[in-house]
Design a protein around this ligand. Structure first.
Ligand code: NAD
Length: 377
């Protein structure tokens, strides 16, 4: 199979979908990898490094010429999509819930598209799970960003001049990103608490040495879907949760929010009034910014200051660790490759495999993902 890797054109995207390591793996397996010149520069990968690993370097047009598959971090822009040959396999983050019109356009163009967001959360697919690999880094980076913005220290410091109190950090949403944020904040010396609506998260939070804060009623006990995701909570639960959070948040210095519900806008967990109850100098890092934000005041890609509280809505935290996030994402793709080719190495996605079935957005000119077919019906 001939695999194309392009420079990402999405604003602010610094990651790249292949590294010299994965290029070596692909070429050793008999595939050809074509990389657009300069594709890796923002992730600290030079053209020479790709060439030494066995890639062909070229222009956008040369890279796409004869390619069977395009591996990408984000959905290519319209100009690039128009250049993709019919029948090409596209594997990328495709924002499947948000970009349904784009899915129709992909189908119309005859592109077979696999969404990395839809890799099933099953054990066999863990090595391909880009949501996890990227969320993990985002969780780590959220605390680094918070420490950068916060005008005080994280750990307790006892000095001759006096004692600096440790920062209090509260993590809302203890999934992959939240758990890594807890671990990172603890490593920096903060006193950490966390909340989630899934009962399974209680033990995970405690095992990292953080205090679990949640409304643990009957609804909470049923709040996890069979797929391991959170359900949308009832207005009654949300009201109880808001009351609990309001009291707790007023005492926090750092708040990291990561709460998401697949296919829905992010739940609003922090109101303007709650922000106003926080101490000046406190910091909120809202990882749900691209999905509308968990805080009412969040603005994507901005740091908003409201009554002295700073609210940061970074929409691409993995992109702030481009070398590591690219390396893990590229490995996710390399682990997926055996499901995309036949025994002879030619393009032949295993459409009947549970993983490919879960990821398939479009195939043979039609939108095929059950969620999108249902929504457009
Ligand atoms: P996510 O990004 O969809 O959401 C982040 C967190 O926000 C979740 O823990 C969710 O429960 C929480 N949340 C949602 N609504 C909330 C609310 N109103 N208040 C507080 N918290 C709220 O989640 P994720 O990080 O992708 O993980 C989802 C689940 O999948 C977790 O159980 C995780 O352990 C599991 N998982 C399984 C595998 C696997 O088995 N292969 C891999 C990765 C993750």
């Amino acid at each position: 199979m001939r695999i194309a890797i392009l420079k990402e054109r999405h604003a602010g995207e610094t990651r790249v979908a292949a590294t010299p390591d994965t290029v070596k793996k692909f070429t050793a397996a008999g595939h050809v990898v074509a990389v657009e010149k300069g594709a890796g520069l923002t992730a600290s990968v030079t053209d020479d490094a790709y060439a030494s690993a066995g890639a062909e370097l070229g222009t956008l047009a040369a890279t796409l010429k004869g390619a069977d598959a395009l591996f990408s971090v984000q959905m290519p822009d319209d100009a690039t999509l128009a250049k993709l040959p019919k029948g090409m396999l596209l594997v990328a983050h495709l924002d499947p819930y948000g970009a349904q019109e784009r899915a129709k356009a992909l189908a119309k163009a005859g592109i077979d598209a696999l969404a990395m967001e839809f890799v099933p959360r099953i054990s066999r697919a863990q090595a391909m799970d880009a949501l996890s690999s990227q969320s993990n880094l985002a969780g780590y980076r959220s605390i680094i960003e918070a420490a950068q913005i916060y005008g005080r220290a994280f750990p307790m410091m006892m000095t001759a001049a006096g004692t600096v109190a440790p920062a209090k950090a509260f993590i809302m949403g203890a999934g992959v990103a939240g758990l890594q944020a807890i671990a990172t904040a603890r490593r920096l010396g903060a006193v950490v608490s966390a909340t989630d609506v899934r009962p399974a998260s209680k033990e995970q939070v405690a095992s990292l040495g953080a205090k679990f804060v949640a409304v643990e009623d009957e609804e909470f006990k049923q709040a996890e879907t069979a797929g391991g995701y959170a359900k949308q909570m009832s207005p009654e639960y949300q009201a109880k949760q808001a009351e609990l959070v309001a009291g707790h948040i007023a005492k926090q210095d750092i708040v990291v929010t990561t709460a998401l519900i697949p296919g829905r806008p992010a739940p609003k967990l922090i109101t303007k009034a709650m922000v106003e109850a926080m101490k000046p100098g406190s910091v909120i890092i809202d990882l749900a910014a691209p999905n509308g934000g968990n805080c009412e005041l969040t603005k994507a890609d901005e740091i908003v200051t409201h009554q002295g509280v700073m609210i940061a809505g970074f929409s691409n935290l993995p992109g702030r660790l481009a070398a590591d996030s690219s390396a893990l994402y590229a490995k996710n793709l390399a682990n997926l490759l055996p499901l995309l080719v036949g025994e002879d190495g030619a393009r032949a996605p295993h459409w009947d495999d549970e993983i490919i079935q879960g990821m398939a957005l479009t195939r043979d000119g039609a939108v095929v993902h059950p969620t999108l077919v249902k929504e457009s019906a």
